[in-house]
Design a protein around this ligand. Structure first.
Ligand code: F3S
Length: 65
């Protein structure tokens, strides 16, 4: 599984990395660290990836199976 964060939608709500800190990372300004690039979800973190993506109010995170 991979995820992509749409940089035009991420507004720095921070729910992704608060809900799933071992899957998503913050940059220095509170935005998701990885914008507009596919990132591999670590093995065993698929559930957390879904939880974090579902918590984004902007629906900025897309999961790719
Ligand atoms: Fe950005 Fe959504 Fe996370 S707005 S910081 S991807 S909760």
């Amino acid at each position: 599984m991979k995820y992509t964060v749409d940089g035009s939608l991420c507004s720095g709500h921070g729910r992704c990395y608060l809900l799933a800190p071992q899957t998503y990372e913050s940059d220095d300004d509170g935005f998701n660290r990885h914008l507009d690039e596919p990132v591999e979800v670590p093995a065993g973190r698929e559930g957390a990836a879904r939880t974090g993506a579902g918590g984004c109010p902007e629906r900025a995170i897309t999961l790719h199976l």
